[in-house]
Ligand binder design. Structure first.
Ligand code: DKA
Length: 132
């Protein structure tokens, strides 16, 4: 992937609250998550990647090898399992929650922006981040 090591900061968000509701995230956590503007950085160390999402609400690290299932602590505290794959500069993530809910994240990295499209049930959320 061409754009690892760049830091992107959130500039627009659409439908994030409904997306979190679909995940079963409670009101107080949703309020905190809605109020912050996270930065996202994809780091690479050998054959392992680390997607670091930082904000005053929470910093999460998602360490993975493409195609291999791994356990993840979602930002709301849920213990989930994910598989990540790359298609060019697009990172696709399929995440399974303990209740069976499947969530997909498609993050398209570019020289200026990263666009994330997240889908749970029938809810789609789009978030755009600008390179810093
Ligand atoms: C982001 O990267 C948002 C990531 C969404 C994480 C799942 C929902 C967390 C609920 C607190 O900007």
């Amino acid at each position: 992937m061409q754009w690892e090591g760049r830091k992107y900061k959130l500039i627009s968000t659409d439908n994030f609250d409904s997306f979190m509701k679909a995940l079963g995230v409670g009101l107080i956590t949703r309020k905190a998550a809605n109020a912050v503007t996270p930065t996202v950085e994809l780091r690479k160390d050998g054959d392992e990647y680390n997607l670091v999402t930082s904000s005053t609400f929470k910093t999460t690290e998602m360490k993975f090898k493409p195609g291999e299932e791994f356990e993840e602590d979602r930002a709301d505290g849920a213990k989930v399992k994910s598989v990540c794959t790359f298609e060019g500069n697009t990172l696709k993530q399929v995440q399974k929650a303990p209740d069976g809910l499947e969530v997909t994240y498609v993050r398209e990295f570019g020289p200026e922006e990263m666009k994330a499209v997240m889908t749970a049930k029938d809810v789609t959320c789009t978030r755009v981040y600008k390179v810093q």
